[in-house]
Ligand binder design. Sequence first.
Ligand code: GTR
Length: 410
Amino acid sequence: FAGFKSQAQTFPSNNDESKVAAYTLPDVLKMPNGKQCANSREWMQVQRPYIFHLYEENQFGRFPSKKINIRYRLLETDKNALGGTATRKQVRIFLHPADSSVYTDLLLYIPNQVKGPVPVFLGYNFSGNHTVSTDNNIILGNRWVPSRARGAVNNRATEASRGADTASWQVSTILVKGFAIATAYYGDLEPDTAAGFMMGIRSSLKDVLNIQPNEWCAMGAWAWGLSLMVDYLQQDNSIDAHKIALLGHSRLGKAALWAGAADPRFALIVSNESGEGGAAISRRWYGETLQIINAHFPHWFAAKYKTYGDNVNALPVDAHMLLSLMAPRPLYVASAVEDTWSDPKGEFLSAKEASKVYALFGKKGIDADSMPALQQQVGGTVRYHIRAGKHAVTLYDWEQYLQFASEQFR
Ligand code: GTR
């Protein structure tokens, strides 16, 4: 039956560990010439660029190589924010050389009790800067937000949206530990809908960056935006730009991993329950599948990624290779036990497998053979935990990340 193509298979989500079939991961150390990558020099010079390119080709599309010169404007600042504990800054970062409607607003809280420059946790928020704190001085975002966002009316934030996501941003805990916080709304770069690219930077910057919207994807746009925030942070004297920790949860964890892969200036990367297309092994048939994610979110990944929905074994990469692109920088991968959709075990296994690359740098990754008990950190420069509870970023998670970053940045 040569030339006969069978009907495409469907891969619904699976929550039954006994149904997970055996799979073979692509060897992260197998170089294009067939030889094993043997040391950190070969990794940096040959294998890393090769794997990065595989990601551009198969999952995320091109990462813009053209550098742009950002301009920025301090919209507002207060040295006595949050009861005097922090300095607040709201900075508008302009991304287009001529069109001032193309920007992202970065909200910063810098701890007052320590002498700067200070390390920073940078991360996107899900529905606007005004959601991360009840601080009424945060400028209320006016971008498109999903209708499920708290207080959203006609896809716009309202006063009722303030402080909607304080649980995910443990602002006072972060500040007490001596870290600054920098956050922006990911929708500033591209609204998270299938047609969002028409309103986002993939359209407005296509000539500036010399890249067509279909040559990359929403994840790429969000990841690239994070890089521009580093451009800004490098110019802010209150921040130690050598100590930028990048954190992303869920879909924003996928974007954070891609940003961490593309930009070595992120000194530490945290994947909080990034799941399918992020830290979880796609070949493991558990939780969300590659086919489902592409069907639900056609704009998230590049066109080629969709061709693997019914043939995941043909994908030349898998999540352990994405994680390996963080090496030798500190990497924290975290799961939650009730978040089966993200496949906690698949996240653990990829972090463990990526540890092979950290070993090339003499760094200890994860050597545990099986998943740790709940609330138990394992690993060295690659760290992992699974906590009780649901899909979220919690105080417990932040405590682990802050401890990890303090230790790694020492
Ligand atoms: C889900 C999606 C996941 C994850 C999650 C989130 O709907 O299937 O891959 O990204 O959204 O971002 O919360």
